[in-house]
Design a protein around this ligand. Structure first.
Ligand SMILES: CC(C)(COP(=O)(O)OP(=O)(O)OC[C@H]1O[C@@H](n2cnc3c(N)ncnc32)[C@H](O)[C@@H]1OP(=O)(O)O)[C@@H](O)C(=O)NCCC(=O)NCCS
Length: 149
């Protein structure tokens, strides 16, 4: 893990500076606004290096039809600036949200992983649910999940 990374809660709008170049490149800035961003149950985490925001993720209280557990959360908008990828920042963000949700007694975390990110989630112990499906404008995805202690 890269030394000097600070993970902290951030406002929804603060995520855009990372979401836009990494996840919505070439699309309008409004494409960085996700449903549920402003709900009080939603969590946004930022990874700071030398006071610069270099990574973000968000977690939304949301059910998935495949899971019977109640009060599950969906993680979205996992992104690390291209210049800072493969330094352990994404892993740090995921571990932080897992800890935070576990503390809130959330039983299960799920997410829609783009194909290029599948090895990242597998590496973190996530299991696949179902087959590949298409998210409009983004491309093919798999649903991955983890049960929390
Ligand atoms: C996917 C992403 C968030 C991962 O963050 P990161 O900081 O680069 O990843 P980390 O350095 O924390 O990687 C943790 C582990 O996963 C592995 N990993 C990360 N991305 C990988 C990839 N695309 N393919 C294979 N392995 C990958 C790392 O090698 C590392 O493994 P190790 O423990 O064996 O060293 C980041 O690369 C990113 O923003 N990608 C573009 C946007 C994106 O795809 N977001 C996910 C949308 S579903």
């Amino acid at each position: 893990m890269k030394a000097g990374i600070l993970i902290q809660a951030i406002e929804a709008a603060s995520t855009h500076v990372v979401r836009h170049p990494v996840l919505r490149k070439g699309r309008p800035l409004e494409s960085c606004i996700f449903d549920g961003d402003e709900l009080t149950s939603t969590l946004h985490l930022g990874a700071y290096l030398d006071e610069k925001l270099v990574g973000v993720l968000s977690a939304y209280e949301k059910q998935h039809p495949a899971f019977d557990e109640k009060n599950t959360y969906q993680v979205r908008g996992v992104a690390v600036l291209e210049t800072h990828q493969t330094n352990g920042i994404g892993r740090l963000l995921m571990h932080s949200i897992e800890r935070e949700l576990s503390r809130k007694k959330v039983p299960l975390l799920w997410l829609n992983a783009r194909l290029s990110a599948v090895p990242f989630y597998k590496n973190l112990g996530y299991k696949v649910e179902g087959g590949v499906f298409d998210l409009p404008l983004i491309g093919p995805h798999y649903c991955y999940y983890k049960t929390l202690p």
